[in-house]
Design a protein around this ligand. Structure first.
Ligand SMILES: Nc1ncnc2c1ncn2[C@@H]1O[C@H](COP(=O)(O)OP(=O)(O)OP(=O)(O)O)[C@@H](O)[C@H]1O
Length: 740
């Protein structure tokens, strides 16, 4: 039996007769679906459930509840979480437990009114008491948040997140607009915010509530990649959420449009509703691409054929017809897209383009959407490549607390040619930020593989641009001899075409190991990564091998795989310091991943002779040192960058012995191991398999049941995204604004 604690964020179904309930339970790790007899459950309630994971044929992985019990936020657990949260200097988890064991519910009262009594706890002397009292005072705001929000069922853990986000403005913000919590705090949904609003006395059909519900619905849809929602879909979704009539929602949509919070666009008689930044970005991308593409360049006075020949001789290759075409298009046009799968010569083409421009004294700048993709581009081109964020000089403007791009139309990037790699990962907002910072006259070359997973953020930018037929596109479709020898490359192309794969050819680099149950798959993966692969291929088990899973939850999901793999790949040892944090163990030597962009996170090398800023979503590092006294974990990224994380920043780190396929986008690893087992159909998709397989450079090992592999190859149901970019590019062209 497993136990999970969390807060009820949604009740999906309740049978009033027998109490059978389906609900969402959210905690700091994730949100899960729980099912069982829980007749008294209400949204916002903190509970602990006991039961087991099951796979439902239609609804996927669920937690079947045997027993559930309420957790009162002001209970000992709450006080313990508050004390051990890292907010109170001088108290760690063990000390917090000793204090709570000693004083129980009276703990906070003792700290405030009789701190001397803390001496009754082992390990606390006068110095520590002073520290505790001082930070207790400093934490007045957090305490107030806990007191104020506890009655709404918000646990201290969430209070801490709220505090971290809003600091001392928290109470004011929540009282003015409790719905902001749903937008800003991971794990708090609209329903919980709505619960607070309800208790504050906000009416069900009040304009504020309905407007917030509409904005929330649109914000949620961004998570599915949509840049807008058709009005009829928005009405349905919002009325499900708000339980009010369509007419009220419609009125509020109009008034939101009037207040310039949303934009309503009519397309072929249908109304589409956008959040403003997404509307501006979609239009902005169209306009800017047009300007860049329409620019009439002065003749470079070069013989392109000769230039290509020169580079070919220098590198002892002969470009394929489409590679030469790509080079020509790049030289003659303001904008070109070069697309192709693995091994089709994108890198070779980019390098030829760079050489020709540089031979002609043109300044070429390279960039990619992630740190890892930029690093790889630097390695393959031998020339510095930046992240797009760095290229756009993300930073703080004077008098502003918001991070923004310093490069824009007023201060554009100075370059003759800008080449962007891995464009499939660029979302609509970033594409607009990039294009608006490029002045007409600069050539833009966008390179990517449109069959990879689309960007995490909204939009389907690369695919839409290609499908629009408005921008010059060169498709590289020849797989070169050298690449053809790799079954990884050959099979990747087969996956794309929906064909059966070549598996287990002797001496090759693509294997499928058949295993039946989840337990067998798990044991096989552990055996492979811990012993057989490192021994046979002389690999470093942590650095060279990456396990990728399509899911977070379940036996073979990322969370569980990480827990299991940690036991084998970095087991506890006497000299290895470790720290428990929210049910996870962080241990020196652990492989970890930064899970959100942190543009201002500082790093230094060991002797402090080099330093910089920025650790990005998906960056992988290793725990290097844990300083328990100062509550800090030091992580080493890229072999030189040492970054310290306070215990209150550990929600930015995940273990990464195994990561999701989504997070692996833009990265490459020598060896990739992927469990292939049952998962919800949307996670058994062709492009997820394609992205996972193409991350490997030397070896792919799939472990599981071949029937799911076959299902994935056939399942080409790409989750459609609402995006209007392709349509708009065409519209502009029809109106004569774009000369192809
Ligand atoms: N015109 C060519 N003639 C012969 N070999 C080529 C040619 N172009 C590329 N190759 C070779 O084909 C292989 C794949 O090329 P390249 O690395 O440029 O492709 P890519 O599309 O960037 O691949 P990936 O996405 O897998 O990195 C390399 O070994 C490269 O040397």
């Amino acid at each position: 039996m497993e136990r999970i604690e969390g807060m009820i964020s949604d009740i999906v179904f309740k049978n009033e007769d027998n109490g059978y309930t389906i609900a969402h339970l959210a905690n700091s790790d994730n949100e899960i679906v729980i099912v069982g007899c829980m007749p008294t459950l209400s949204v916002g309630e903190s509970i602990e459930v006991e039961g087991k994971w099951v796979n439902h044929k239609t609804y996927g992985t669920q937690f079947e509840v045997n027993k559930f019990m309420p957790v009162t936020p002001s209970s000992l657990e709450g006080i313990y979480v508050y004390l051990s949260s890292g907010m109170i200097h001088g108290i760690g988890e063990k000390m917090a437990k000793r204090i709570v064991d000693k004083f129980g519910v009276d703990t906070l009262n003792i700290i405030q009114n009789a701190p001397e009594r803390l001496k009754e706890v082992d390990g606390i002397g006068s110095k520590k008491i002073n520290q505790i009292v001082k930070s207790y005072e400093e934490n007045r705001e957090l305490r107030n948040i806990i007191i104020e929000l506890s009655p709404y069922g918000i646990s201290p853990n969430y209070c801490m997140r709220i505090y971290k986000k809003y600091k001392n403005k928290a109470i004011k913000i929540i009282n003015e607009n409790p719905y902001k919590l749903a937008e800003d705090i991971r794990g708090i949904g609209f329903k919980i915010a709505d619960n607070i609003a309800n208790k504050i006395g906000i009416e069900k059909d009040s304009k504020d509530r309905v407007s917030q519900g509409i904005l929330y619905t649109l914000n949620q849809s961004l998570g599915n990649g949509h840049t807008y929602l058709p009005k009829n879909i928005l009405l349905q979704e919002a009325s499900k959420l708000l339980e009010v009539e369509f007419t009220i929602i419609e009125e509020c949509i109009i008034s939101l449009a009037y207040d310039q919070k949303v934009h309503i666009e009519k397309v072929n008689g249908e109304q589409l509703v956008y959040l403003i930044p997404y509307y501006l970005s979609e239009n902005g991308v169209c306009k800017q691409i047009i300007k860049l593409a329409q620019f009439e360049f002065e003749n470079l006075n070069i013989d392109i054929e000769e230039e290509i020949k020169y580079v070919e001789e220098e590198n002892n290759i002969k470009l394929a017809q489409n590679q030469s075409l790509a080079v020509k298009e790049a030289i003659e046009n303001g904008v070109v897209i070069i697309t192709g799968g693995p091994g089709t010569g994108k890198t070779t083409t980019i390098n030829t383009i760079i050489k020709i421009f540089e031979n002609n004294k043109k300044e070429v700048i390279l960039a990619a959407p992630t740190g890892r993709a930029a690093k790889r581009m630097s390695e393959t081109s031998g020339k510095e490549a930046k992240t797009i964020h760095r290229l756009l000089e993300m930073g703080y403007a004077t008098d502003s607390e918001e991070l923004q791009f310093m490069k824009n139309e007023e201060d554009p990037i100075a370059a003759d040619v800008i080449i962007i790699d891995e464009v499939s990962m660029v979302d609509i907002l970033l594409m607009y930020s990039l294009l608006r910072a490029i002045k007409p006259g600069t050539r833009v070359i966008l390179v990517g593989d449109s069959d990879q997973l689309p960007s995490v953020g909204a939009g389907n930018v690369l695919k839409d641009m290609i499908e629009s037929n408005v921008i010059n596109v060169v498709r590289l479709n020849e797989i070169f001899r050298q690449a053809r020898e790799s079954m990884i490359v050959v099979n990747a192309h087969k996956i794309n075409k929906g064909e059966p794969l070549f598996l287990n050819s002797k001496g090759k680099d693509f294997f499928f190991l058949r295993k039946g149950t989840n337990e067998e798959v798990m044991q096989e993966i552990i055996g492979l990564v811990n012993e057989r692969l490192p021994k046979f291929y002389k690999l470093d088990k942590l650095k060279d091998i990456q396990i990728l899973s399509s899911m977070r939850k379940g036996d073979l999901g990322v969370t569980n795989l990480n827990n299991e793999l940690q036991k084998y790949l970095n087991p506890p040892q006497k000299f290895k310091v470790e720290e428990n944090f929210q049910k996870r163990i962080f241990r020196v030597g652990d492989k970890v991943m930064q899970i959100k962009n942190n543009y201002t996170k500082k790093w230094e090398n060991e002797d402090k002779s080099d330093s910089g800023e920025g650790i990005y979503n998906g960056d992988i590092g290793y725990i290097y040192h844990i300083d328990k006294d100062n509550k800090k974990i030091y992580v080493l990224f890229d072999q030189i960058k040492i970054v310290d994380y306070g215990y209150d920043e550990l929600d930015e780190l995940d273990h990464s012995f195994c990561t999701t396929i989504h997070k692996s986008q833009g990265s490459e690893f020598p060896v990739v191991v992927i469990p292939i087992t049952w998962a919800p159909p949307m996670l058994l998709s062709r492009n997820l398999l394609y992205t996972a397989v193409t991350r490997a450079k030397k070896l792919v090992v799939l472990v599981g049941d071949v029937k799911y592999l076959e299902y994935m190859i056939k399942n080409n149901r790409i989750n459609d995204r609402y995006s209007n970019l392709s349509y708009k590019l065409n519209k502009f062209r029809e109106e004569g604004l774009l000369i192809k």
